[in-house]
Design a binder for this molecule. Structure first.
Ligand code: NAP
Length: 271
């Protein structure tokens, strides 16, 4: 299927690693021109060079997105170089463990790391998205539905991102700008691998998490996340807006009992 993304201009925040990198690579594979907005310089510059060698455009703009002023500068730079924005993927975020006992200032800091830049990037790209009938994909998290404990700022941010996805879908609908959200639960990334590597028994820790994932008892891959995002960016999903889509192997919504044993036996329990 041709996703009709050739030469579209797509901004991806946090595109140097993990899920963001997967999204960048999937957009490039469809012929889009990508702007990767990321904090650390090394990975972004390397990626830009590697893509240029293959004839792909993956412009790196270094920015710490916690500065909303910097978000404005990023958009000005994109518009100066490319003249348009067709796609905005808000992806950068961190489960920073700001809990009830950490206090209001720490809570605000977490909103700055996880929420404010989603709004700022939409604010600064809105005019161009309207002009081009573009689209927005917000990356959320299952935590806003399930809770996790000890992570108030992150949970609040991800809950707000679901709310804003619906709000923006309504506000932008008259301009044919679509807005959707994609929510991971347990996606395997290098960061995840490093976190588990720090545990006493990383293999056992991984198996324990995998047992909780109904479909296939395995982590979601970055490529599976990216495929959904790229489809939502494509005109092939032209009548899909305001949707909150869980790419999570059923982790968030399926009955807990189905992870306790054989899924095919599960129906027999009838409780
Ligand atoms: P990751 O591997 O840590 O990658 C995040 C990327 O975003 C990094 O390149 C990071 O840059 C960048 N970034 C973070 N904060 C930034 C900031 N303030 N300014 C600029 N760049 C920033 O994370 P991931 O697991 O792929 O997560 C991506 C999204 O998915 C996040 O919104 C996260 O909440 C969500 N999510 C992931 C999972 C999962 O299982 N992986 C589950 C639920 C939700 P640096 O390289 O400079 O650190």
């Amino acid at each position: 299927m041709d996703l009709q993304l050739q030469d579209k201009v797509a901004i991806v925040t946090g595109g140097s690693k993990g899920i963001g990198l997967g999204i960048v690579q999937a957009l490039l594979a469809e012929g889009a021109r990508v702007v990767n907005v990321n904090r650390s310089r090394e990975d972004g510059e390397r990626l830009e060079r590697e893509c240029a060698d293959k004839g792909q455009v993956c412009r790196f703009i270094q920015a710490d997105l916690t500065s909303t002023e910097r978000c404005g500068e990023v958009l000005r730079a994109v518009l100066q170089e490319f003249g348009r924005v067709d796609i905005l993927v808000n992806n950068a975020g961190v489960n920073d463990g700001v809990g009830v006992d950490d206090g209001p200032e720490a809570f605000l800091g977490s909103l700055q790391r996880n929420l404010l830049h989603y709004y700022a990037m939409v604010h600064y790209s809105a005019e161009s998205l309207r002009a081009n009938q573009g689209c927005i994909v917000n990356i959320g998290s299952k935590v806003c539905e399930t809770g996790q404990g000890g992570t108030s700022g992150y949970a609040a941010s991800k809950g707000a991102i679901n709310g804003l996805t619906r709000e923006w879908a309504v506000e932008f609908a008259p301009h044919h700008v679509r807005v959707n959200a994609v929510l991971p639960a347990e996606t395997w990334t290098p960061l995840y691998e490093r976190c588990l590597a720090a545990m006493p028994d990383p293999v056992a820790a991984r198996r324990e998490i995998e047992q909780l994932i109904p479909l296939g008892q395995r982590f979601t891959t970055v490529e599976e996340m990216a495929a959904m995002v790229v489809f939502l960016c494509s005109p092939r999903s032209a009548h899909t807006t305001g949707q909150i889509i869980y790419v999570d192997g059923g982790y968030t919504h399926l009955d807990r009992k189905c992870t306790a044993g054989n899924v095919s036996d599960f129906g027999a329990a009838q409780t």
